[in-house]
Design a protein around this ligand. Structure first.
Ligand SMILES: CC(=O)N[C@@H](CC(=O)O)C(=O)O
Ligand SMILES: [Zn+2]
Length: 337
């Protein structure tokens, strides 16, 4: 019989408590291997300054991100773009981790980010293989008013669901939203996707090329909680079943545009900065340059995110409409070694 620790997730005192239970069977929880290697990526977009600054800081002195029995690797993923303080050089690195790109032979003439994606896949993957890093946190900033947001790519990765549940509780009373992108058309091949458990961390509002201390500190705190979770998990703590409130990517909404592709309206002042607040049919969404309101006409409510994100003008996206959902996380613990 195995003995494990039960992580007490239902205390109301605001402090995390502990209890000990005897495990009745080897695996009445979903078992995952011990977390051995974690990477923290910054500079996937070269003008998102919080992640770049934190990762540079941790590369000089990693004490803050080290945890017992875990290799934590801070890494700048797009140094060329960081150098120029631009989102990317040739193409968006955070869309480049497609099977086609990763399997294409290296050589001159490849776009800078495609070459880089192949290198990152060699160092931290290969994507989908047992040799891949266990967890990658990819640090991003947004110009929209989203606060701290964890981005997941799967509703059935119970390790990640338990981790974001832990982070949300640890971050309280600061809120931390969970954005789930499993949309068959709107999902994209992210840098973090080379790992077994990919986690995006998006914190805003912060202008491109600007470092704001409050955003920097929020991001730093979320990473700390995430690493604390991994250390607890590795120590044998069992995390009981729980639920996670998430916002599922539902639809991409573009600005109204003329036939030349130029925008003809702005985000409405009643929508601007209202990320994660319900948008109902009939609510004002855009405002034309001469002051007319354009209402939301979908069937609602939806919960907008990335409202007026600077980087998304080129992607024809004024905001992403999400739907609220409660995800169920199975109990997890470390597999016996
Ligand atoms: C503003 C921004 O860059 N957002 C990220 C979101 C993500 O990491 O999934 C992106 O579009 O790649
Ligand atoms: Zn980004």
């Amino acid at each position: 019989m195995q003995t494990g620790l039960l992580y007490n997730a239902v205390q109301t005192s605001g402090h995390l408590g502990w209890g000990t239970v005897a495990m009745s069977s080897p695996c009445n929880a979903a078992c995952f291997p011990r977390v051995r290697r974690v990477a923290i990526f910054g500079g996937t977009h070269g003008n998102e300054m919080s992640g770049i600054t934190l990762v540079n800081m941790w590369m000089k002195n990693g004490a803050e991100v080290q945890r017992n029995g875990v290799l934590t690797k801070p890494f700048i993923t797009n140094p060329g773009a960081v150098e120029k303080c631009t989102r990317y050089i040739d193409t968006d690195l955070n869309r480049a981790f497609t099977p086609e790109n990763l399997s294409t032979p290296s050589g001159d003439g490849l776009p800078y980010e495609v070459q880089r994606a192949k290198e990152i896949n060699q160092l931290f993957g290969p994507k989908g293989s047992p040799d891949a890093y266990d967890v990658i946190f990819d640090l991003h900033n947004t110009t929209s008013n989203m606060g701290s947001t964890l981005i997941l790519e799967s509703s059935t990765d119970h390790f990640n669901l338990q981790m974001v549940h832990y982070i949300k509780k640890a971050a309280a009373p600061e809120s931390c939203a969970v954005l789930l992108n499993e949309h068959p058309q709107l999902r994209y091949a992210t840098t973090r996707s080379v790992s077994t458990h990919p986690v995006g961390l998006e914190v805003g509002p912060q202008p491109q090329g600007v470092l704001r201390s409050n955003i920097f500190e929020s991001m730093r705190m979320i990473v700390k909680h995430a690493l604390d979770f991994i250390e607890l998990f590795n120590s044998g703590v069992e995390f009981p079943t729980c639920t996670v409130e998430a916002f599922r990517v539902h639809e991409s909404v573009d600005y109204p545009r003329d036939t030349n592709g130029n925008i003809t309206a702005m985000v409405h002042p009643r929508l601007q900065d209202c990320d994660w607040e319900p948008l109902n049919p009939g609510d004002p969404m855009f405002q034309t340059f001469d002051g007319w309101s354009i209402p939301y006409a979908g069937d609602g409510p939806v919960y907008p995110a990335f409202i007026n994100e600077a980087a998304y003008y080129e992607k024809q996206q004024a905001f992403v409409a999400t739907r609220r959902e409660t995800l169920a996380a199975a109990a997890i613990r470390k597999a016996s070694e």
